[in-house]
Design a protein around this ligand. Structure first.
Ligand SMILES: *Cc1c(COP(=O)(O)O)cnc(C)c1O
Length: 394
């Protein structure tokens, strides 16, 4: 993936930094949209995976709608070319100001997660004389079989409305004159690699959709959320997820009314593989049973390994020596600041450059200034590799 000339340029800039392969992003977007288009499915990109303006404008330019989880994400979506009529707003805790912003912009749907939220949206919409398009976020009780921190579709999770509340939700809906029900919304978790999970989701959605129809409520939108996983083990073998296989599950198992649209909200699957975190080795230190490669990126730059024990493939870009094993750790004062244990890398020395792969999703968007560290810069490969910030030679 990284050519010699690219590596030579990497050497001249301040590390750590995010490096985005925009060609791969475009290819992923067109593959996904191509298959979805064939089935007539609508796509909304989940901004929280990566909300860099450069990334957003490419995705909006490819014709995607947006799924936002905060008022600022809605603003970023609009500023970077998304049509408000194709923006969904999800989240268990929307503030009054965020709800008002969504109403004033006339977004497609606020995805509500409780009856109290329905009442508040109705009240705020009434106060500004608008009708609010809403979808009901429903807990389908399907186990995503992924890390428990990224499972959202189970009864014990904080998200959504439970089936035993449906009767009362419909009563509430009848009483609230400023709400228009547009859709039923589901999102069961993230990094789902077992497609059988989506098949179970389809069966649950069929039952729930039929229950609503038998109660004279026909949602025009069935939104199945995101969650499709990527290949963290071997990003070069599978740079683009198998969208054909994914959409095929829904084609085969979901039963819709002729006037119902199927919507998807992929995040990770679109942007995960196009980003890498490039970091420099500061020191190599011998431990009791291990060797540490201490790098200049930390959990503040990429928190996924510390937060979810997630795996990222690592490559030494500047050594081709026989491999040895290293614990690759960052400089932050936390023992969880570790990108991988016993990682096999070509013999690694001070000043080598490592690429931490598949970092395009939930990388930069989750970064922080913990330890008062600087935020990592981002570079985008098809702008002629815009390497500004030439600070020093290594
Ligand atoms: C996070 C999120 C998504 C995207 O999930 P991915 O696993 O990144 O595809 C989609 N919909 C909602 C409501 C979300 O919160």
């Amino acid at each position: 993936m990284f050519r010699e000339d690219t590596i030579a340029k990497f050497r001249t800039i301040q590390t750590p930094f995010y490096y985005y392969d925009m060609e791969l992003l475009r290819k992923t977007l067109s593959t996904c949209a191509g298959v979805a288009g064939r089935f007539g499915y609508k796509l909304h990109y989940a901004l929280k995976a990566n909300s860099n303006p450069e990334v957003l404008s490419v995705i909006s330019g490819a014709g995607y709608g947006a799924d936002c989880v905060s008022g600022n994400e809605i603003r970023a979506a609009v500023e970077n070319g998304f049509n408000p009529k194709q923006i969904m707003f999800s989240g268990v805790g929307k503030s009054d100001a965020e709800i008002r912003l969504a109403l004033q912009l006339g977004i497609q749907s606020l995805n509500v997660e409780s009856r109290q939220e329905m009442e508040i949206i109705d009240e705020l919409a009434g106060a500004i004389g608008l009708k609010a398009g809403i979808s009901l976020r429903i807990i389908p009780n399907v186990d995503a079989r992924t890390h428990r921190y990224i499972t959202t579709g189970l009864e014990e999770n904080k998200f959504g409305i439970l089936p035993w509340e449906f009767d009362r939700v419909l009563e509430t809906l009848k009483q609230l004159g400023n709400l228009r029900l547009k859709g039923l919304h589901f999102h069961i978790g993230s990094q789902i690699t077992d497609l059988g999970v989506f098949k179970s989701l389809c069966h649950r959605i069929n039952d729930i959709n039929e229950w609503f129809i038998s109660n004279q409520v026909r949602a025009e939108i069935i939104n199945v959320g995101g969650g499709l996983g990527i290949d963290y083990q071997d990003p070069d073998r599978n740079p683009v997820p198998d969208f054909g296989e994914y959409f095929r599950v829904f084609k085969d198992f979901i039963r819709l009314q002729p006037d119902q649209e199927l919507h998807f909200e992929p995040g990770r699957a679109l942007v995960g593989q196009c980003g890498s975190l490039i970091t420099k080795v500061l020191f190599v230190k011998k431990g009791v049973n291990t060797r540490f490669a201490i790098v200049d990126a930390g959990m503040n730059d990429l928190i996924r390994p510390a937060l979810y024990q997630s795996y990222h493939r690592m490559e030494n870009l500047t050594s081709v020596d026989p491999p040895e094993k290293y614990d690759v750790v960052g400089p932050i004062c936390e023992s969880s600041d570790c990108f991988g244990k016993a990682v096999s890398l070509p013999k690694t020395r001070r000043n080598d450059l490592l690429a931490i792969r598949s970092a395009g999703a939930y990388g930069q968007t989750m970064s922080s200034r913990y330890n008062l560290r600087d935020l990592a810069a981002a570079f985008y490969s098809d702008r002629g590799i815009a390497f500004r910030n030439i600070i020093r030679d290594i």
